[in-house]
Design a protein around this ligand. Structure first.
Ligand code: ATP
Ligand code: MG
Length: 343
């Protein structure tokens, strides 16, 4: 049986991970889970990367990490555990999928406008290096690093993915009109790579214009590739288009290690209440099953999830407030009781 590493995370992490693993267990997914110590609590024990050396070793041996959200410890000079994990294993492409889900009512689904957008966010470079300092008491500086090889690997990945997905369009979003050198380089690499994919319609758009077009004509976009910070912001916008952060899955892809996690964070405001929506983590898990070639399990669980949502069963984070919401555990139970159903 294939073994994978699992870290439940902080905040709502343990609740939603337990719900997802219960669904996997009931679906008899042929996976063995090795729990690894990563998270704020590991940081608090004195491990400044937020993970133990054993956790790191296990993940490097197994190649797959399924993780819940992790809290960034407070304080200057402290790096985000999520960012450290992505950097340590060079998971350079953060792929986030935003699809219309039947039963999850949004302004677009009600208007019959289908959404199927994949955001590919560069995951290592940009302002996320944390190279920041004060040059006087009143002036702070942050360095933004964009490299040709760093841009190349994520952009090539985006084109390959777009081809596999049979995408209608691949768009590079940027601010090269202002950041002519850094975003200019990213755009230049995009245009260079595009020449090797004449079968794909490749174009570019200024990121602010993209935001406006996403909220007015989201169905005109398919694959969008962006630098790290802009990709982060645009992802949350796209999550809003399909019903919120509770429905947005992601994968961090590297050449040796892949990390599957929800787009959202630890949601401290609702942690410990058993009301969080596990859908985003479940969809991330379904993506992981497909990545591992476990197509049957993936399809069965996905169908049960879609069927459950279509029946109007949902957690309280979205939708028609007049329909009573179920809690995290009940939502997971509804899904397992719907195995075998077709949406
Ligand atoms: P972090 O710093 O870890 O990102 P945050 O305060 O930014 O934490 P997020 O997790 O990004 O919080 O969530 C933003 C908002 O979306 C919060 O109000 C949160 O309750 C809500 N939210 C996020 N994920 C979920 C979920 N799975 N189910 C329900 N609500 C969620
Ligand atoms: Mg957040």
């Amino acid at each position: 049986m294939r073994r994978i590493a699992v870290a439940k995370g902080d905040g709502i992490g343990p609740e939603i991970m337990d719900a997802v693993l219960k669904i996997f267990y009931e679906a008899k997914v042929p996976l063995e889970y090795v729990t690894v110590d990563i998270g704020k609590w590991v940081f608090d024990k004195g491990f400044n990367t937020g993970m133990t050396p054993e956790a790191r070793q296990t993940i490097e041996t197994l190649g797959i990490l399924f993780k819940g959200p992790m809290e960034t410890p407070k304080g200057k000079g402290v790096k985000s555990i999520n960012v450290t994990a992505r950097k340590t294993w060079n998971t350079y492409a953060n792929t986030r999928t935003f699809q219309t889900l039947h039963g999850v009512d949004t302004v677009f689904s009600k208007a019959g406008i289908p959404i199927d957008i994949t955001v590919v966010r560069e995951n290592i470079e940009d302002t996320y290096g944390g190279i920041e300092h004060m040059i006087t008491n009143d002036v702070a500086i942050s360095r933004r690093i964009i490299t040709r090889p760093g841009s190349m690997q994520v952009i090539k990945y985006a084109f390959e993915m777009a081809r596999k997905k049979k995408a209608r369009r691949i768009t590079c979003a940027h601010k090269a009109n202002i950041m002519k050198i850094t975003d200019g380089l990213f755009l230049e690499v995009f245009q260079e790579v595009a020449k090797d994919y004449p079968d794909l319609k490749a174009d570019d758009v200024i990121v602010d214009d993209l935001c406006m077009k996403l909220v007015t004509k989201p169905d005109t976009f398919d694959v969008i590739v962006l630098t790290n910070l802009q990709g982060d912001i645009v992802s949350d916008l796209c999550a809003g288009l399909i019903g919120g952060l509770g429905f947005a899955p992601s994968a961090n892809i590297g050449d040796h290690i892949c990390i599957f996690e929800a787009v959202h964070g630890t949601a401290p405001d609702i942690a410990g209440k058993n009301i969080a929506n596990p859908t985003a983590l479940l969809l991330s898990g379904i993506g992981m099953l497909r990545h591992l070639g476990l197509m049957e399990s993936a399809t069965m669980i996905e169908n049960a999830l879609l069927y459950t949502l279509e029946q109007g069963v949902h957690t309280g984070d979205f939708g028609n407030k007049s329909i009573s919401a179920v809690n995290t555990t009940q939502f997971a139970e509804a899904i397992t009781s719907n195995f075998g159903k077709q949406p």
